[in-house]
Design a binder for this molecule. Structure first.
Ligand code: PA5
Length: 389
C-alpha cells in the first residue's frame, strides 16, 4: 500500500486558488496525454514477447554465469534500479548482471574485460536508436571478446539485441523489439528491462503490479500540480530523499526520468537526491539553511525487518530521524511531499514506477513541453560526430 501526503508540509507555501486552477486543468492535460503517440507504456506487453523473453532467459541461465547489459540512460536504469532495490547487500546469490555501457573510462573497460575473460557470459545490448556511442562502443569491445572465446555460432547465441525495428542493430536472431511508441525512460515494461529482470524475478507479477499502478493517475496528477506550483514559487530544485541505501539507484532513475522529461525550453525542476542518514552530514546543511530553492519528496518505508540495539529498533529510529528531518526542513522553509510505502516490496515499487512516470509526463504538459523527447541530449552527440570526422 502507498500513501501520499502532498499537502501537510507544502500548504503554507502554496496559493490555494492557483492550485485549484491547476487541478481544474486536468481534463485538458489528460487529453493531451491520452492522445500522444508515445504512451505505449500504458499497455501490457504481448504474450508473444513474454514467451520470447522466457525462452532467452532460460537460455542465458543454461549457458552463462552472468549477463552483461550494455545500455545507457533509459535503456538500463529501470531494471538496474529495480534489481538494486531487491538484491541483497552482501552474499547476494541472485543471477549476476553487470550493467556496462555507461562510461568511456578505459580503467573501467580494462577491468571489465579482465573480469569477463574467464567467464561464460551473454551480452544484452539495449539501444532504441542503435547509435548511442557509449553503448555501441562497449558492445563492440565485448563482442570482440566473445569472438576470441567462442565459435561463430556460439557468439550468435550469446548476443541478444534489444532495439527498435528500424535500428541498424536489429537482427533476425535473438532480437527483442523496443516498440516505437515507448521512449527510453518510459520503457520499464518493455524487453529493454524485462529480460534482465526475468533472470531474478517473476516478470508476470511485475507486469500485474505495474498495471495496478495505473490506478494512481489522480495522485500522479495532484503531485504534478504541487510540483508545478512550487516551481512557480521559486522552488526550482526537487530533492528526492530516501532512508534506505538500496533506494539510491531508484533516485538515479528518478533523476533521469524527470530531468529528461521536463528540463526543456528554459523550464523544468532540477532533480537531485539525498541518501540519508548519510547526506544529513553533507547536503543536509544546505537544504536546512541554504538558499530556499529546494523542495523535497520523501520516500518513506513504514515497516522493515527489525534490528535491535540497546533495546531500540533501528528501523523505528530511522523513521524517527526521517520525521524529525521533515519537521526541521519544513520549519526552515522547505516544502516537503511524503510518499509512504507500508513495505519495501515488489508491488509497491512497480506501482511507484508507474506513478512517477505518469507524474513526470503530466508535469511536462503543465510546463508546456514535450515529455517524450530529449533534444538537449542530441547537442553533445552532434559535437562528438563533428570531432570524430
Ligand atoms: O530516456 C531516454 O530516451 C534516453 O535516456 C535514452 O534511453 C538514452 O539516451 C539511450 O538511448 P538509446 O536507447 O537510443 O541508446
Amino acid at each position: 500500500m502507498i500513501k501520499f501526503d502532498f499537502f501537510t508540509n507544502t500548504e503554507k507555501f502554496l496559493s490555494k486558488q492557483e492550485l485549484a486552477n491547476l487541478l481544474d486543468k486536468k481534463p485538458l492535460i489528460l487529453e493531451k496525454f491520452n492522445t500522444s503517440n508515445m504512451v505505449g507504456w500504458l499497455k501490457r506487453p504481448d504474450d508473444e514477447v513474454l514467451e520470447k523473453i522466457d525462452y532467452l532467459s532460460k537460455k542465458i541461465k543454461a549457458n552463462s554465469e552472468l549477463l552483461v547489459v550494455v545500455g545507457i540512460g533509459g535503456s538500463y536504469l529501470g531494471s538496474y534500479s529495480y534489481h538494486n532495490i531487491f538484491k541483497k547487500y552482501f552474499n547476494d546469490n541472485s543471477f549476476e548482471i553487470i550493467y556496462a555501457g555507461t562510461t568511456l573510462s578505459s580503467n573501467y573497460l580494462n577491468d571489465l574485460v579482465g573480469y569477463l575473460e574467464n567467464k561464460d557470459f551473454t551480452i544484452n545490448v539495449i539501444s532504441k536508436s542503435g547509435t548511442t556511442l557509449e553503448t555501441t562502443l562497449t558492445y563492440q569491445i565485448l563482442k570482440e571478446l566473445l569472438e576470441k572465446k567462442y565459435s561463430k555460432e556460439e557468439v550468435k547465441e550469446r548476443i541478444i539485441v534489444t532495439t527498435s525495428k528500424d535500428s541498424s542493430l536489429a537482427s533476425d536472431e535473438n532480437f527483442l523489439e523496443i516498440p516505437s511508441d515507448i521512449g527510453g525512460r518510459y520503457s520499464f515494461l518493455t524487453p529493454a528491462h524485462l529480460l534482465a529482470l526475468s533472470l531474478n524475478y517473476d516478470i508476470k507479477k511485475i507486469i500485474d503490479n505495474y498495471m495496478k499502478g495505473l490506478n494512481l493517475i489522480d495522485e500522479a496528477y495532484t503531485y504534478a500540480c504541487i510540483r508545478n506550483m512550487l516551481y512557480k514559487k521559486n522552488f526550482y530544485v526537487e530533492n528526492f530523499c530516501v532512508y534506505e541505501e538500496c533506494l539510491a539507484s531508484c533516485t538515479e532513475w528518478l533523476k533521469q526520468l524527470f530531468a529528461e522529461t521536463e528540463g526543456k525550453d528554459n523550464k523544468g525542476i532540477l532533480p537531485m537526491s539525498t541518501i540519508n542518514t548519510r547526506d544529513l552530514h553533507s547536503l543536509g546543511q544546505y537544504i536546512q539553511e541554504g538558499k530556499k530553492i529546494i523542495f523535497e519528496t520523501f520516500i518513506k518505508i513504514n515497516n522493515s525487518s527489525s534490528f535491535i540495539v540497546n533495546g531500540q529498533d533501528v528501523h523505528t529510529l530511522n523513521n524517527l530521524v526521517e520525521d524529525a528531518v521533515i519537521k526541521a526542513h519544513n520549519e526552515g522553509g522547505v516544502p516537503c511531499n511524503i510518499i509512504e510505502l507500508d513495505y519495501l516490496n515488489e508491488e509497491n515499487i512497480a506501482m511507484l514506477i508507474v506513478f512517477f512516470q505518469l507524474s513526470a509526463a503530466f508535469s511536462a504538459y503543465l510546463f508546456e513541453v514535450n515529455p517524450f523527447n530529449q533534444p538537449g541530449v542530441e547537442v553533445y552527440k552532434k559535437n562528438i560526430q563533428e570531432k570524430l570526422k
